[in-house]
Ligand binder design. Sequence first.
Ligand code: COA
Length: 251
Amino acid sequence: MAVDYEKEGRIAIMTINRPEALNALNMDVRRELNEAMIDFRDDPELWVAIITGAGDRAFSAGADIKEFRPGAIEEPKGVEIVSPDQIWKPFIAAINGYALGGGLELAMTCDIRIAAEHARLGQPEINIGFMPGAGGTQRLPRFVPRAMAAEILLTGQRIEAQEAYRIGLVNKVVPLDQLMPTAKQYAETICQAGPLGVRATKEAMIRGYNMTLQEGLKLERELVNRVRSTEDFMEGARAFAEKRPPDYKAK
Ligand code: COA
């Protein structure tokens, strides 16, 4: 398997598993990752996903350069293609080494990014006569100060994990042996909360990003009304009043 897909309670763990090629994203990885994401989205038992890479060298060194062919990129036909930022359950990227090109672009579609100290991040596509093609030119300038985005995109140079933290590209930098425990801690914290409220919050944040403030507030109101009519909303309030932990059902 090019992607290991495990379920630990409410947490899904997707591990890109081509360490010999620095977890480069070939067709098998893309297909299996897409299938895992669809399963995660549709499995009511799963609330949070973690994406990481096998081994200690790379999260992913990007698109598989050895599969490159001239001509336009063919989108697979008749297959539903999903992305973490189109799924309202949260995704955490555990960056265990290089996150380059499509690897960094994948990490940027996740909601929270934790990096190991030795991780290096970058968009080196221009160095091989190409350009970022999985959202890098659009997401990076929205995530970090514009001058830093321009530097990363136009020099193709890698930045260190601490620099990525300094510019707000990753949430936390930890020693490698703390990477998965930290990602799981984040996931478990999120799983303590009402899952429908979490998902509506992510949906409001992402869909609202390109709206005017007024449109975004209208969207928030619609989602608030939806969450207020759920069983979990009442359970949260009851548990608070009764001083006991809530028992959320995602209903
Ligand atoms: N696609 C296909 N194979 C890749 C790859 C990629 N994006 N990145 C690394 N690999 C392969 C290498 O070809 C090598 O395979 P080999 O052992 O069969 O020769 C193996 O992974 C290890 O990589 P190597 O380059 O030997 O490691 P390194 O420590 O010398 O360098 C990098 C590490 C990340 C600096 C270097 O691999 C690199 O620049 N990769 C390409 C990154 C990139 O441009 N990504 C954007 C693609 S659009």
